[in-house]
Design a protein around this ligand. Structure first.
Ligand code: BGC
Length: 351
């Protein structure tokens, strides 16, 4: 079968290679991936910054954001049926002993991740997953379900922000929201905040006011600001950092109001400014900081539920977040997205 692969830690080893079709073990499901999304983590792996092949193998199949159909069931599988549309979660425990609903809290080194660490991903004609980690998707959202994995992390961050914010004092009532970055994570955060009833939402990004990102932001009733965030004078009750830049994470704290909650959703490989965080002021003013880069199955289920709601409330808006679709044979183009792209996907089978 054809698969998008790298030799982990070897820069620019990305290639479509012929790989053996995976065989099915007990409790596993054979998947036919439909669409696979591409994100900054894939870019980091392609650049040789991290990632690992399954033990004893040379190549790693990429792809941890996927929607697939169930093609075959291994022995003992009874939670899905052939033909179901599913989204697989990413992380699998190796020595981690936490329950399946809490695997995002596994200590480092106690898990594997499909398409990232020690397990093949889904950017291939076939893939296997343990059946317990599959989330069923209603057919009416198959065209946007590839967004479920990045959305799961947004769901986790926002749920924690709202619940923990309130757990401190029950009259906390956040109103003003700032989202930094109009990439897939920022736009999905916007979608979730609008679904939760927040009407005062501002997105900051670098694209001009007539750009597709600015238009999409305005289309669901949020404000778009293309100044550098350090030029903003307002303070916000919730700030969601979705650029992945550590200096933006620093700005996120600067724009947080007293009692505010910051949600940092990036992987800050460039974390050079962390020691500049204005600790004294933040601590004295009861600011809360939440970080999330991986989510467990419950957040994937929340994501699926929100995609169904968003389809009802915002119509075709969600699908517009997928700005680039390429067939498997042209996989390379998916990994080079421009400033106006939001989510780039490889389409392996038609929807
Ligand atoms: C994925 C997570 C994963 C993280 C670190 C992210 O891009 O969405 O599931 O845990 O990378 O490997």
């Amino acid at each position: 079968m054809k698969a998008v692969t790298v030799v982990p830690l070897m820069k620019d080893s990305l290639a479509l290679r012929e790989m053996p079709k995976p065989s099915l073990g007990k409790g596993q499901v054979l998947l036919e991936p439909i669409e696979v999304g591409v994100c900054g983590t894939d870019k980091d792996i392609i650049e040789g910054k991290y990632g690992a092949a399954p033990p004893g193998e040379e190549y790693l199949i990429l792809g941890h954001e996927a929607v697939a159909s169930v093609a075959e069931l291994g022995d003992g599988v009874d939670n899905v049926s052939v033909g179901d549309i599913v989204v697989p979660t990413v992380r699998r425990p190796t020595t981690c002993t936490l329950p399946i609903t809490e695997l995002d809290y596994c200590p480092r080194g106690t898990y594997a991740e499909h398409g990232i660490w020690y397990l093949h991903g889904f950017a291939a004609e076939y893939a296997v997953s343990d059946a317990r980690f599959l989330v069923k998707v209603p057919k009416e959202i198959v065209d946007v379900a590839v967004l479920t994995e990045p959305l799961s992390i947004v769901e986790k961050g926002i749920k924690l922000a709202l619940e923990l914010g309130k757990a401190r004092f029950s009259s906390w009532s956040p109103r003003k929201v700032l989202i930094m970055g109009a990439g897939p994570i920022g736009m999905l955060a916007l979608m979730v905040m609008r679904l939760r009833g927040f009407t005062d939402v501002t997105i900051t990004a670098t694209r001009p006011y007539d750009s597709p990102k600015a238009k999409l932001t305005k289309e669901i009733g949020a404000k778009y600001v293309n100044v550098n965030v350090d030029q903003l004078s307002d303070e916000f009750d919730i700030v969601i950092e979705a650029t992945g830049s550590s200096s933006a994470a620093y700005e996120a704290l600067r724009h947080l109001s007293a009692d505010g909650v910051a949600v940092l959703l990036g992987i800050y490989l460039d974390s050079k400014v962390v020691n500049m965080v204005p600790l004294l002021d933040d601590w004295r003013r009861n600011k809360l900081i939440i970080g999330a880069t991986n989510a467990s199955i419950g957040s994937f289920q929340d994501g699926v539920a929100d995609l169904v709601k968003a389809k009802f409330e915002f119509g075709g808006w969600v699908r517009k977040l997928i700005t680039k679709e390429v067939p498997l044979d042209e996989y390379e183009y998916a990994y080079y997205w421009g400033h106006d792209d939001i989510k780039s996907v490889i389409q392996i089978r038609s929807l």
